[in-house]
Design a protein around this ligand. Sequence first.
Ligand code: NG6
Ligand code: CA
Length: 528
Amino acid sequence: MIQPKLNLALLSALALGSAGAQAATPVQKAKKGDPRKPNVVVILADDLGFGDIACNGSEHTVATPNVDRLAAEGVRFEDAHATAATSTPARYSILTGEYAWRRPGTGIAPGDAAMIVTPQHRTLPGMMQRAGYTTAAVGKWHLGLGDKAGAQDWNGVVTPGLEDIGFDYSYIMAATADRVPCVYIENGRVVGLDLENHPEDSIRVSYNRPFPGEPTGRKNPELLKLQASHGHDMAIVNGIGRIGYMTGGGKALWVDENIADTITERAVRFIEREAATENPFFLYFCTNDVHVPRAPHERFAGRSGMGARGDAILQFDWSVGRILGVLDSLGIADNTLVILSSDNGPVVDDGYRDRAVELLGEHRPWGRFRGGKYSIFEAGTRIPAIVRWPKHVPAGRVSHAAASQVDWFASLAALVGQELAEGEAPDSRNHLATWLGKERKQGKGREYIVENAGTLSITVDGWKYIAPSGGAAKDHNVNIELGNSKEPQLYYLIEDIGERNNLAAQYPERVAELAARLEEVRRTPDRR
Ligand code: NG6
Ligand code: CA
């Protein structure tokens, strides 16, 4: 339910002409140092698989000392899930507390998509603002901008934007690094565009047709420093073919090798600025790593021995270390809740010949799970998750509780003392105890997990049911089993974590029971 029930506060907010949904409830005063209102930093990696961090059992193939440190000082989850196996729907759920599959138009967004999380939504950052937090989004966005697809003014102010959905500050990439426009946008304006002196740099973007005179990856592969393996043959920026066409940009165009440095420094600056103020802060920091195109900085290039994907993991770990380092040096680590996770599972070849496949060696990005990004099998959504809050979260704890990112909204609301209005975060439940590694009955957590990738699945007590679907069983471009089947599938994860034995024919009652449970969730939002 996007539209919140009108209440008096909302009516008066509307009468005052302020940003509807976010301003509906009065803002609370929050003081730094209130133990119920720690700073909150979400570090969301892109396409980082369960097995891509050393502390998830991959210590022999990958080195992630900063991520490991976070886990050693907090709780590490073995059964945490994104709600979907691609970025846009997974992020939609985090920010709205609603399953994206309830909403049409929440699939992988092009770079000129209109806002998918809109000013009419109640949002996680909006809720944090109500609790008195100063909020920011830094890094990958991928949830659309403006109110009309393809109609954004990239040369002026892109509006509505993140300030209209609860972020006080934003420094973002509109979509993904492989999609145009390849520029950073700070508070609605493209960074580094100097149209007064260079009117020829005026930016135009199209997802329909190339701009006359501009080279493309398809026509001019000789201009590419990184060849595509599939797709990514439209605009060429920084020697890399992209999805979509653009022209202009000049000095505002990003340099892929510097993205991690640029966005990490913006995140650090926000933390430094906010640490000096009265209010607690909420930072939603989304790395570009380890999404394609993988073009890590020369500090990391060649260092993992695993090709560009492994190097991007090292770079991600560096970003984590930089954030943890600044929390330490400012003396605010104890008063900051850090949540580290990924938007969906891993993919090795996602469209560029970056040697990730050839050099993968023994490393298993998907860990023990079947599938990967795009897949309804476990590796699609079973993602790394670590929460640290010194003195509040037991250090070094490993949680086996079923947990979903959709619950961050209601759990953080409980943490900061915010009531949720009717219709706000409709699928999000307060599982704060689970997310703080404190649930009384180890291994319980959420009663069920719903995953989304083409079809839906539901897991209850280790039994996973995958609803029949007409989609392909495998995506041969990315070499990932998607898990679609016209037959119902039933796996007992407790004995068969690799989803090898379909038990549907053997246990028809359980199939019927889980299908009915899924139908119930489909019909009614989750909370209360
Ligand atoms: C796919 C892209 C892939 C990646 C993905 C989105 C092609 C051939 N593939 O369509 O490279 O961009 O979309 O990834 O274009 S996500 O993590 O942002 O969801
Ligand atoms: Ca992703």
